[in-house]
Design a protein around this ligand. Structure first.
Ligand code: FNR
Length: 195
């Protein structure tokens, strides 16, 4: 029987900063994903304050509670839309750390349960001219290596310090349309994967 319920997509930004451009873009992208017909859960990584990954801590106490909550949330979704800043041409340690914890198995759990067979779309925002594009190359490679299909379409918002109005909306309708397009493709392919 084909699965006709809408796919569940988890949306989050890789920045903790209150005024984060990537958080603004994640808010907009979450709405685009919703409009495209998915069930959306929009979170902020601030809700999951986890320690730096430490194998000794994991061996003695298991996966810390905030990291476990984050992993369980990832497990319960069909796909992810991740909006990440670029730090020194890669992704922020905060995001990498959260994704690393989520890749760890609890006793008896199959490997990469949060990632295996999932689908993801990537976006970025930066005050720079490339919009954080170079960081997404690393994020794409990493997710692909842990069994998440990353769709080819992505959106990088350059000059992010000028891109949003006071209500947090994208000023340029073409950029908004591009975000909608990536979101729609993610939802379309996530639905096909579920079928
Ligand atoms: C940056 N920034 C940055 N920008 C960029 O386009 N390419 C880069 O390689 C870097 N590197 C970098 C390293 C570090 C440690 C920081 C703190 C910042 C600037 C970055 O894009 C800017 O601070 C954004 O505003 C960060 O995203 P949020 O927090 O606004 O979402």
């Amino acid at each position: 029987m084909p699965n006709s319920t809408p796919p569940k997509i988890l949306v989050f930004a890789g920045s903790l900063r209150r005024g984060s451009f990537n958080k603004k873009l994640a808010r907009i992208a979450a709405e685009s994903v919703r409009k495209a017909g998915a069930q959306v859960t929009h979170i902020e990584l601030n809700e999951f304050p986890m320690p730096l990954y430490d194998g000794d801590l994991e061996a003695s106490e298991g996966i810390p509670e905030p990291a476990l909550r984050f992993k369980e949330l990832m497990k319960s979704h069909d796909g992810f839309l991740i909006v990440s800043p670029e730090y020194n041409s890669s992704i922020p340690g905060t995001l990498k750390n959260a994704l690393d914890w989520a890749s760890r198995s609890s006793p008896g759990e199959p490997a990469l349960a949060a990632y295996d067979g999932k689908i993801a779309a990537l976006m970025s925002a930066s005050p720079g001219a490339l919009g954080g594009l170079r960081g997404l190359v690393h994020l794409r490679a990493m997710l692909g290596n842990i069994k998440t299909l990353v769709i080819p379409e992505q959106q990088a918002v350059s000059k992010a310090n000028e891109a949003f109005d006071d209500e947090g909306r994208l000023k340029d309708p073409k950029t908004q349309a591009a975000v909608d397009k990536v979101a729609a493709r993610l939802v379309e392919l996530a639905a096909k994967l579920r079928a």
